[in-house]
Design a protein around this ligand. Structure first.
Ligand SMILES: Nc1ncnc2c1ncn2[C@@H]1O[C@H](COP(=O)(O)OP(=O)(O)O)[C@@H](O)[C@H]1O
Ligand SMILES: [Mg+2]
Length: 329
């Protein structure tokens, strides 16, 4: 299913500038509940002749127009080299005296007790806060205040969120679901890309699944793996935020590597020592403010290797358990 079979309303919601296309060829869209395919059928031949257009011309050129848009979009997004967090005030009203620059390719973990403000910090970044959130923080993009239209744009998605709840309720197969997703993001050669997502997700999940597996029968680990691969491969967003996602049943190292492969900025709130130590640095949050920035030391990286070894063992025991084997063999 191509964009010509998506309701125009949905296309415009995603790409408001797509309206310009119709303005430029002199056609007024009266019913946005139609798909483009249906719409061209409603335009009368005489009008088309007057305008010197054909139905095929409109279909082809609209697709071309959208493709060019997504090229512009990805260029715009690739330009994100860093973000800077400029401190505001903690929950006690005390000044948060920090200025932190995070560069593309860096992984930053966010630690602190429940209720300390980890999710709030992620939300500030997602929102590109400019002193207009409860924390009064400011977030810079490449060292500058982000342009308004970039901040509020639904076209240029700066930030992708990996969230906790992804209970798939729709009854689609994995492949069908991913194809829809790829389409809504105007991904080119989507069949190929979707197969890559399925392959990568299988590398992350202990238990394998196929494109035909119904979403509703994926295990927790499988659906998390699918979500991570989907974000890493289908999303062009240069900034990825991960909020305490439960990580049982997935290969965390591979998952993170997949996410940072493309020079993305990754911030993750976590209580998991493996994830925390995978970060280059960790921000310690207390009472709603960043109180410390700890760089992961060599010793901690060594500890991480031991923890990962332990983790792999656990994962293999889980699988043995699942397949009815004895854990002592
Ligand atoms: N600097 C701050 N100023 C005011 N309120 C804050 C600040 N930081 C966090 N909060 C608020 O405190 C509450 C708990 O924060 P939250 O980010 O959910 O904690 P966590 O994710 O660490 O459990 C939220 O309502 C949040 O908006
Ligand atoms: Mg939270």
């Amino acid at each position: 299913m191509g964009v010509e079979n998506v309701k125009l309303r949905e296309v415009f919601e995603k790409q408001p500038v797509a309206r310009d296309f119709f303005d430029s060829i002199g056609i007024e869209i009266k019913d946005e509940n139609l798909t483009l395919m249906e719409y061209v059928e409603t335009i009368d031949e005489e009008k088309l002749e007057d305008l010197g257009l054909s139905k095929d011309f409109i279909l082809e050129n609209f697709k071309e127009f959208l493709n060019n848009l997504s090229d512009i979009e990805s260029n715009e997004l690739q330009k994100v080299k860093s973000i800077t967090i400029i401190g505001g005030y903690n929950k006690l009203g005390e000044k948060e005296d920090v200025e932190i620059e995070i560069k593309a390719g860096e992984i930053i973990s966010i630690v602190g007790p429940t209720g300390s403000g980890k999710s709030r910090l992620l939300a500030d970044i997602e929102w590109m806060a400019q002193g207009d959130t409860p924390t009064k923080r400011k977030i810079l993009l490449n060292g500058e205040v982000p342009e308004k239209d970039l901040r509020f744009s639904s076209e240029f998605k700066l930030v992708a969120q990996l969230s906790q709840n992804m209970n798939f309720v729709i009854d689609l197969g994995v492949r069908e679901f991913l194809l829809l997703h790829a389409e809504s993001r105007y991904i080119q050669n989507k069949e190929e890309v979707v197969e890559k997502v399925i392959e990568k997700a299988n590398e992350l999940a202990g238990e394998s699944f196929t494109g035909d597996t119904p979403l509703t029968s994926l295990s927790g680990g499988q659906s998390r793996a699918l979500m991570i691969a989907d974000t890493a491969i289908l999303s062009k967003s240069p900034i990825i935020l991960i909020d305490e996602i439960e990580n049982a049943g997935i290969d965390r190292k591979r998952a993170l590597n997949l996410l940072v492969e493309e020079q993305k900025i990754v911030l993750m709130a976590t209580h998991d020592p493996i994830l925390a130590l995978m970060g280059d640095k960790r921000l310690v949050i207390s009472h709603g403010g960043i109180v410390k920035i700890i760089e992961t030391s060599k010793k901690e990286k060594q500890l991480l290797e031991q923890l990962e070894e332990l983790d792999r063992k656990l994962l293999s025991y889980r699988n043995k358990l699942r397949f009815g084997e004895r854990l002592t063999d």
